[in-house]
Design a protein around this ligand. Structure first.
Ligand code: ADP
Ligand code: MG
Length: 158
């Protein structure tokens, strides 16, 4: 099945939700498998403002942008390997399609050190294992904007 990419109608993603495959539930979202794509999930937001899906979409694209060689920027191609890929989002942001990861029960401090300091949710359920064994963040909506937006906070290696 052809899975859409980018910004699409809400209904397009509603039609792809596999209601028989409940992957997880969080504070703002329910996560389901995707019909015809065992390597993806759909995150359905239940808040009036679909902040978490919107932030993950924005963060993923910012991370992709960092890999590009843009004049005046220091290229950071590694960071994208630490985040589950965001594939599609619906117009309202209620639905987000993301790379499916396998749960991890435990993460040691060395593994967490690879993640930027602006990532606030550092509990094991926010991370998972990709097909190639790479540990990635899959709930990365809790960005510490206070930290990120202050130009004086430039101490992070990322
Ligand atoms: N990309 C993913 N792959 C596999 N499971 C996921 C993925 N994203 C979320 N989950 C599962 O669904 C749960 C809820 O998703 P999460 O992103 O944490 O939602 P919330 O923002 O509401 O906390 C997670 O704890 C995890 O078990
Ligand atoms: Mg969560």
């Amino acid at each position: 099945m052809q899975i859409p990419e980018g910004i699409v109608e809400d209904q397009v993603l509603v039609d792809l939700i596999d209601l028989n495959d409940e992957v997880g539930i969080g504070t703002t979202r329910k996560v389901f498998g995707v019909k015809g794509a065992s390597d993806l999930v759909i995150k359905e937001s239940h808040k009036p403002f679909h902040y978490s899906n919107f932030v993950e979409w924005t963060v993923w694209h910012a991370v992709l942008e960092m890999a590009k060689d843009i004049i005046g920027n220091e290229t950071n191609p590694q960071l994208q390997s630490h985040f589950a890929r965001a594939v599609a989002i619906s117009n309202s942001a209620k639905f987000l399609v993301m790379e499916r990861l396998q749960p991890v029960n435990y993460l040691d401090q060395t593994q967490l050190r690879n993640f930027p300091s602006w990532l606030n949710d550092r509990k094991p359920s926010a991370f998972g294992l990709a097909e190639d064994g790479q540990v990635k963040a899959m709930d990365y909506a809790m960005v510490n904007f206070y930290h990120v937006l202050n130009p004086l906070n430039n101490s992070s290696p990322f």
